[in-house]
Ligand binder design. Structure first.
Ligand code: ZN
Length: 328
């Protein structure tokens, strides 16, 4: 059913590790958004079944539970649904009497690598990806706390100027984040939160993968920064985002007391910083965040128009289902 080039063992592990940094991935969403990832994940589950061996339902369930607790930890499903999806798509076969299972047929592009991969390798790879992630996070928190303690006296005080000397630099980082979103087939919008010249947190748009309508780039960065600081107020921070924030994000920015917002491209459909409405110019809303518009607007807009053009191309070729929506 597909003519994809075979994947190497290393590429398989790398992709699985990348997926494992996310949480709450739904199988249905995965199938819809990226058939390759969907097949790779299902095939990873199959590797938890020993080759050429018939398993009782109980044993099959135990192995799928083991997968879901380790290499498949990022999935939001249970062993029953997973077993059904695996059987429906031929990845595992059910015996005629319906009470035993064995490995089925893997897609051609995964077969060569599957021969050299074991469940233990998948488990280790995912575990180290997730530990690495958590360690990097803890290290950032430590570094930040040390710096925060040292400089707490000096950073309170005057509001930041409307134009920062490093606005373009940080916007470039936000653009990198947008590309991370693209890599996961999400509408590419990226954000970076900066305090006193330090990047506190980054985020990119991922409502589809997270099955979370609030997972806009700004919200992701705000959540991560608040968690890092252990504080729901993000005083004296600047938020850089490649696309004009929507009403939800503008609200969150105000609740977080973010001092300054710098954005790239305007969003004529849902922009709440002047394009549709301007929530930051509303005197009845208490907090006043400074807004700088149009920093690297062309580059920020281009990544979006290129993404949608590429997606329409895939849809024309029948590789992607047609859209019902195109908004961020
Ligand atoms: Zn938003």
């Amino acid at each position: 059913m597909q003519s994809w080039t075979s994947i190497s063992k290393d590429a398989w592990l790398e992709r699985l590790a990348q997926l494992a940094k996310r949480v709450g991935i739904h199988l249905g969403t995965l199938r819809e958004r990226d058939a390759r990832d969907f097949e790779l994940v299902l095939a990873s589950a199959v590797l938890f079944f020993p080759p050429d061996q018939l398993l009782t339902e109980r044993d099959a369930n135990a192995r799928l539970k083991d997968f879901l607790a380790s290499a498949g930890i990022m999935l939001s499903t249970d062993h029953v649904e997973l077993r059904r999806v695996l059987a429906d798509s031929g990845f595992i076969h059910r015996s005629d009497r319906g009470s035993a299972y064995r490995r089925g047929t893997l897609p051609d592009w995964l077969v060569p690598a599957a021969e050299h991969l074991t469940a233990a390798q998948l488990r280790d790879e995912v575990q180290s990806a997730r530990t690495g992630h958590a360690e990097a996070r803890a290290a950032r928190k430590q570094a930040w706390l040390a710096q925060e303690t040292a400089s707490i006296e000096t950073i309170e005080g005057a509001p930041p100027p409307i134009e920062g000397p490093d606005d373009e630099t940080y916007m470039r980082l936000a653009l990198d984040q947008a590309h991370n979103g693209w890599a996961l087939s999400e509408v590419p919008v990226g954000a970076v939160l900066v305090k006193d010249g330090q990047v506190l947190a980054t985020g990119f748009n991922q409502p589809i993968g997270n099955a979370d309508p609030t997972a806009h780039a700004e919200m992701q960065a705000i959540r991560a920064a608040a968690e890092l600081l252990g504080n729901y107020r993000l005083n004296h921070c600047t938020l850089y985002v490649t696309l004009e924030p929507c009403a939800m994000c503008a609200g969150a920015i105000q609740h977080a007391r973010i001092a300054r917002v710098v954005y790239g491209a305007p969003d004529p459909k849902t922009g709440a910083c002047g394009s549709v409405i301007d929530l930051f110019a509303e005197p009845r809303l208490n907090h006043h965040t400074q807004v700088r518009r149009g920093v690297m607007a062309d580059a920020c807009g281009r990544v979006l128009s290129e993404f949608f053009a590429a997606r329409r191309e895939l849809q024309r070729a029948g590789s992607l289902p047609a859209d019902t929506e195109e908004a961020d």
